[in-house]
Design a protein around this ligand. Sequence first.
Ligand code: GLA
Length: 725
Amino acid sequence: MIQFDREHQVFKIDTPHTSYVMGVVSGKYLSHIYYGNYIKTCDMGYLLDLGTDFLQEASLDEGEKVTLLDRLPFEYSFAGIGDFRQSCLEVVSSEGQRGVELVYDSYEMISGKPELTGLPAAFGGGAETLKITLKDPALKLRVVLSYSVFADSDALMRSCQVINDGTEDVFLERVLSACLDLGEGDYETIALHGSWARERHMERQAAGYGTYLVESKRGISSHQSHPFLALVSPDCTQEHGEVYAMNFVYSGNFFASAEKNQFGAFRMAMGIHPDGFCWKLAAGESFQAPEAVIVYSDAGLDKMTHIFHDLYRDHLIRQQWVYKRRPVLINNWEATYFDFDHKKLLAIAKEAADNGIEMLVMDDGWFGKRDRDDSSLGDWTVNETKLGDSLESLVSQVNALGVKFGIWFEPEMISPDSSLYREHPDWALQIQGREGSQARNQYVLDFSRPDVVEYIYQSVAAVLRSANIEYIKWDMNRPLTDAASAYLTKEQQGEVFHRHVLAVYALQERLLAEFPGLLLENCTSGGGRFDPGMLYYSPQIWCSDDTDAIERLTIQEGTALLYPLSTIGAHVSDCPNHTVGRVTPFATRAAVAMAGTFGYELDITKISQEDRAQIAAQVKTYQENIDLIQQGDYYRIASYQKNKRYDCYEVVSKDRKKAVVVFVQVLAEANMHGHILRLKGLNPEGRYRINGKCFSGDALMQAGLLVKRPWGDFQAEVITLMEEE
Ligand code: GLA
């Protein structure tokens, strides 16, 4: 529900359990008042009384304007005229002068949630939106802040649009999507950092004076950092304490900051990274900033996780896919790398079919003359000589085995050794007079060019039209550098990064429109673009190139902090693991891959008979639990990242009748008692059957479940709980 108290000029946005309150100070500045647990009354304008302690030295008196602007908690901060904290908006006028001042103008309440043109955003029924217009009369700029909530969610969605109502061009050098001025407090930050094959490791640290920044300037949301930032109370645990979290529905350069100012007050901010960004906004044009999702929890990280998971399942992932059983797939990358032909693929498909696997994915190496990673990106024609067959014939033979067929593309790239590059060297991003920097022997295509995007669309669509292809793995294997375009004007070069992201979104949208049944799995050298923006197009994302069961515990813990298990691409691979060389039991690899969209990535025709014999039962266990895993509430019970010994998570069905607990003992220890796992989310009155024995829900949650220590390192146990009728 959204309310406006006209007398006190206060807006209040309620979700089922939270309230978000802001007000207009002396008819001029839109100021933040409160965000936290639900409050009935709207009358909180007294918190912005300029006579109060907090603001006593400031006033609207022009003689102390800077003093006021530098301490007022703003809803959308602006740079250049007195607020020295992180700003949301920085504008340069046609005269090259920097400075913007946003003054409250009007508001509008809308039933529903308008789309953000060209951008992914939460959608669905039961929404309400508040639009607040701020204006800069000198620049003739209008800024429309947008706040949306859904009746069934405690998340708040924010974005903003900047409109040039003047007659001159202006240049937007920073347009963040949201800030949150929390006031004085004691907080710690939680962020997800990483690297290739080590994505989304959680890090928590005290938040001191100054600015803590989480950012990507790589053109992708990145392996290295993640578009998420939380401020938590120092006593915050999985179950207790306060959390203020922001997650960005965007897949490119981002900026997320937590700043403690001179008064000990905190400001969080999130948006497109201002570095390398400058958007020319011509007279009459508008710029739409992406959406930021804001979540408050008064009961620790589990509650925050549930709010994100439910929001993404119910309002971000396409409903056609979100609860649909995804096929258990086998991917040939770690099985064959570039060395395969139709016979090899058919042999894998045959063995896969015999073991209940439902889809074969043909990974990199099927096009152009690509036998290594140094050629052919851009030449999306099937290499029939290498395959020894046409694609259509191969797909029909795979389908005849009862197996679906999927294929790999890397549409945003161009190899210097490709017909495409020889024909169109100017289609790669490059700085005039400078040789472009290669990564994985490739350049990035200039997606600000409509001809490039059209060519790529037609290339990908032609392959899809030629055979019964039901899945695409959309890969992206290098960051953007040399971000200059021969197509854009001099004044638009700062638009390259954002235009790239917009073009990727438009391409994926167009593909899904032409091929509505297509299952898309995004991938970026593993999990380099695992973000809510990509989730809007693909219900699952390859989580990491690191398929080692033990490394995956930490990666998947960080990923599941925000994203439902149904989105996390997880496969059983061969050992010694190709990334770290570790040998883990086949059963453990399957138990860990169950926390995601289960699949295999190994040569099923070559692995030991002992391992192969387990596959059919593993697939069956996954299929028996797939509804629970896709739809249930996820709880973190123990974290290997923290205790360095064992890991445990639990998923409980919404009706609390069924649960699955996955426990992994990483290192065995001598002469120790069994583990007590205090379960969560069960019915305290209920009785649950585990391995033929019955336990009360209350006891399992309060006293815990006793798990005997397994013999040996890297041992896993999958425990299912069924409530007795
Ligand atoms: C990336 C992906 C891998 C695989 C290779 C193919 O690294 O993450 O899964 O598809 O590309 O080149």
